[in-house]
Design a protein around this ligand. Structure first.
Ligand code: CP
Length: 295
């Protein structure tokens, strides 16, 4: 039996705990059994990626799977073949799972249940990036030892951020309070917020969070060109703002980060930054996701 991972909303608490427990096991194991030997995973990325694509590739290889990397521009999709037909072709070749990144949200409607492939969402539209939501929550749990009653502030371009939306959903399931802050035009006031989420000022986000998660300004998803001069001073993390954070509070960023825009150059590698820990954990969490989906 194979499973799809399309959205955090499809996971229950026991799925999440199981993924975290297996990620911890993989993290601590010196040698990993080839759980996915003879299985093939294909990465289909229709948008740019470094972390997600390579960590899914590494994760699959560490579990003994074969990995195919699909180059959209050099595939027969350039000759008009649909994504559905591409998946049918991959299924016929014996591929077991496809990891898909796409700018559109609703690509799954034409794909769910139509092949034997396990479908794994590597980031679609502005709403779903489930593996990132899971690895961020895993990183927080690893650092603080527990998640219940933590407060995480997500700051910046929330409106266009699939990471923010998956984090809001994942952290809510795990008992974490979420604060949102940023320029008003990046906060979606039209959506009814879940009870664990509040929109707050930048000062409140900075001073009351246990973790401050900064977001990249997603210019490629904006309809108009904004002016982001002085963004660092207004909504980014600089030394002055760092001094106002709780002494134990940590810095997070899903990446890609733009030094000097949403985070000061030197704070990316601050001792209080979990940014590269998030990247490192991404491999183990994605190993757990592939195992959950395929075995
Ligand atoms: N966080 C994230 O999705 O990064 P990439 O775009 O590099 O995969």
């Amino acid at each position: 039996m194979s499973r799809d991972l399309l959205s955090i909303s499809h996971l229950n608490l026991s799925d999440i705990e199981n993924i975290f427990s297996r990620a911890s096991f993989f993290l601590q194991s010196k040698t990993v059994p080839p759980i996915l030997e003879n299985q093939t995973v294909t990465n289909l990325f229709f948008e740019m990626s470094t972390r997600t694509r390579f960590s899914f590739e590494l994760a699959a290889k560490k579990l003994g799977a074969n990995v195919l990397n699909f180059a959209a521009d050099f595939s027969s999709m350039g000759k008009g073949e649909t994504l559905y037909d591409t998946l049918k072709v991959l299924e016929s070749m014996g591929v077991n799972a496809v990891v898909i990144r796409h700018k559109k949200e609703n690509i799954w409607n034409d794909l769910i249940g139509k092949t034997k492939l396990s479908l794994i969402n590597a980031g679609t539209g502005t709403k779903d990036h489930p593996s990132q939501g899971l690895l961020d929550a895993f990183t927080l749990k690893q650092y603080f030892g527990k998640l219940e009653n933590l407060t995480v502030a997500i700051v910046g371009d929330v409106l266009h951020s699939r990471v923010a939306h998956s984090n809001i959903e994942c952290l809510g399931k795990l008992g974490v309070q979420v604060l949102l802050s940023g320029p008003e035009y990046f906060l979606d006031h039209k959506e009814k917020l879940p009870s664990h989420v509040r929109i707050v000022s930048m000062a409140e986000a900075t001073e009351s969070a246990d973790a401050l998660m900064l977001l990249r300004i997603q210019k490629e998803r904006h309809e108009t060109n904004g002016n982001f001069e002085n963004y660092l001073e207004s909504f980014g993390l600089d030394e002055k703002r760092l001094q106002k954070m709780k002494p134990h509070a940590v810095i997070m960023h899903p990446g890609p980060f733009n030094r000097g825009v949403e985070i000061a150059e030197n704070l990316v590698e601050s001792p209080r930054s979990l940014i590269f820990k998030q990247v490192q954990n991404g491999v183990y969490v994605r190993m757990a996701i592939l195992e959950w989906a395929l075995s």
